[in-house]
Write a new protein. Sequence first.
Length: 361
Amino acid sequence: MTIATGRTFSSGTDLKDALREQDYIADDEFAVVVHLATALGRPLLLEGPAGVGKTELAKSLAAIGGRKLVRLQCYEGLDDNRALYEWDYAKQLLHVQMLRDRISDQVAEFDNIADASKFLADQDFGLYSENFLSVRPLLEAILSPEPVVLLVDEVDRTEESMEALLLEILAEQQITIPEVGTFVARSQPWVILTSNDTRELSPALKRRCLHYHLGYPTSEREREIVTARAPEVDAATATDVVELARILRDLPLRKSPSISEVIDAARAATVLEASGFDTGSDAKVRDILLTALLKYSSDVTLAKERFEGKGAQVAPTRDGEPARRDTVASKPANTTTAVFRGTGGRDRSGSPDRGGIRSRP
């Protein structure tokens, strides 16, 4: 049987250019890793903070590869009935009812129950076959005759037992159903798994994947992303909003601004300008934009205190090291939050950040 593969890419540069056509801006290293995953047929595990483009990569890959996107959204309590398959009991019952009269006639020929029971046990009524399967995302990706991108989104939200269900798919691209047999992938799927680092994933799952940590982009690349995704935003506004987001990410927030939230804030700034807001009034516009960038009232309060010069300095502990604010994001063992805390609101030149939208003449 010929396996459909869809569009392929000759190099990381080729794939990067194709992603750019979908307004997905990837750096060179990341593009090479994604290309390797597609060329080798290996699952790609993307870890990193929420909102940095992990899920969006799968969507863009499906678009540029001419593939169907099959998405399994993970959550606590997810089981095989929702991820793999379940039997369509109503359809099976209807099938049995259709056979009932014929079965009754054949059973009536036997003189005792034991012979009738043995006869029924030897029959194959076709109840456990592919026709009676209710296909869920994982099995759908395996059975699909057309090439797909399988997105297992936020796999870290499930229990470890769910990871075990993924291993056969990740390693051998097949699923075994005890009543039927083993289904091997009918096309070559590209598999993307995402994790927001809420818990450590098992070594068995990681061993079967290529791994890449996708962090927040550089300011230059984020400006490029904002203007690509929101072409109505001018370059100056994009620069201001990206800078504001960078300052906020240096604070110990419960949730740092994601790229999608930065795009929303840039669009909001553009609307404010069109509505007659004075972008020279830094504090006023900045506080309005915090509604798009921050999602917790405690984070808004912390940011405003920082911009007003309150609480900007962190009190030292007894050993002389600066004390960290205990946040929800700092509690998981494998959190990436600490990576994005840094300069305390200073740029590389050492000058204080402005903390607002740039004034324009």
